[in-house]
Design a protein around this ligand. Structure first.
Ligand SMILES: NC(=O)C1=CN([C@@H]2O[C@H](COP(=O)(O)OP(=O)(O)OC[C@H]3O[C@@H](n4cnc5c(N)ncnc54)[C@H](OP(=O)(O)O)[C@@H]3O)[C@@H](O)[C@H]2O)C=CC1
Ligand SMILES: O=C(CO)COP(=O)(O)O
Length: 318
């Protein structure tokens, strides 16, 4: 049995593909939503045209006890509260974070938060380039499964691989979670560049210099450089910075066009930009791209001002 907490787009998509491997329990925080999904066999809020296979049971309320792995598919800024509320039932099992970001309150990533709140659990993270809809439709997708415990990581890799979802394994949880967190920040910047009509050359420059910052920051936090070059870093950066399916990219586009954006949409990069900048300052790291994007998100700068700031920096070696 697989347990997935969080019945948003990603939790539901994972449930749909993992149902090919056996029974899946999908936990939603809203009891009414859980009952509606269980009865109608569809997540009308997030994936309205994807039927839920028979093997999925949607529940709410108390989590099932046991040592079965649990996938955590809620937004990053809600993960700490969820873990605190449920740490007794989450117990000593593998907890696989499926969220991307850095917690504003603590400066920790998902696996750090798990370790801090559920000391007995085995933290892992599932991350990489994948839109929920693609996974749910059974389109070919490859992700990174990171777990510091190599034996548990191998077991998770086997149990979470499906005929269309291929998982690669690493023990570098820090590198994997930082790739997913940081690429969302850069995607907001790329959306803003495109929304403001600054051109694809400017976007390529921002992606590349943003990637250099991802490396710099991740290296300072102990990540392995190879991880950043893999699916969870470079792979997800490419997807999110170039696709209108991405909410971070679309949010950036709206900033670039000076348009309003629906505040109910999950945009992980907005809070993460502030968390990353605070951490970078504490570590005395030079992160001009992150600085400029954070200033856009907080409304301190407009796109033209942020771009002037980046272009007028002293010339340097690449
Ligand atoms: N969508 C995608 O394509 C992908 C998303 N991800 C990551 O997955 C994570 C979740 O995103 P996604 O599913 O898309 O987001 P959605 O906005 O689609 O859904 C978020 C879900 O989290 C639930 N939720 C909100 N607050 C809490 C809380 N305090 N406790 C428990 N559950 C809560 C929401 O419940 P309610 O409906 O009641 O508000 C909703 O079911 C993000 O970190 C995202 O980066 C990763 C890869 C792909
Ligand atoms: O993480 C994702 C793709 O890998 C989804 O991106 P958004 O959260 O920007 O929609």
């Amino acid at each position: 049995m697989t347990l997935i907490c969080g019945a948003g787009a990603f939790g539901t998509a994972l449930a749909v593909t993992l149902a090919q491997n056996g029974p899946v329990t999908l936990w939603a925080r809203d009891a009414e939503h859980a009952a509606e999904m269980q009865a109608s066999r569809v997540n009308a809020r997030r994936l309205p045209d994807i039927p839920l296979p028979e093997g999925i049971t949607v529940i709410s309320g108390t989590l099932p006890e046991g040592d079965t792995p649990c996938l955590l598919a809620m937004p990053m800024q809600t993960l700490g509260g969820f873990l605190t509320a449920h740490h007794c039932t989450l117990g000593a099992r593998p907890l696989v974070a499926c969220c991307k970001g850095m917690d504003l309150a603590t400066g920790l990533g998902p696996t750090g938060l798990i370790a801090q709140t559920c000391a007995e659990a085995i933290p892992a993270i599932l991350t990489g380039p994948s839109f929920a809809r693609d996974i749910a439709l059974g389109l070919p997708t490859a992700l990174t499964l990171a777990c510091a415990d190599g034996v548990v990581g191998e077991r998770l890799q086997a149990s979470l691989t499906t005929p269309t979802l291929r998982l690669y394994r690493t023990t570098d949880t820090i590198g994997a979670e930082l790739g997913g967190a940081l690429k969302n920040v850069i995607a907001i910047g790329c959306g803003a560049v495109m929304g403001a009509g600054l051109g694809e050359s400017a976007r390529a420059a921002l992606m590349t210099r943003g990637f250099a910052e991802m490396h710099r920051f991740a290296h300072a936090l102990g990540a392995q450089p190879d991880t950043l070059a893999g699916l969870s870093g470079f792979g997800d950066l490419v997807l999110t910075c170039t696709s209108g399916q991405s909410r971070n990219y679309r949010y950036g586009q709206s900033l670039g066009r000076g348009e309003a954006f629906d505040g109910g949409v999950t945009v992980e990069g907005a809070a993460t930009a502030r968390a990353v900048l605070a951490r970078a300052r504490a570590l005395d790291l030079d992160m001009p791209v992150t600085h400029a994007i954070t200033a856009l998100v907080t409304g301190e700068l407009r796109v033209s001002e942020a771009m002037d700031m980046l272009l007028s920096r002293p010339l340097k070696e690449e």
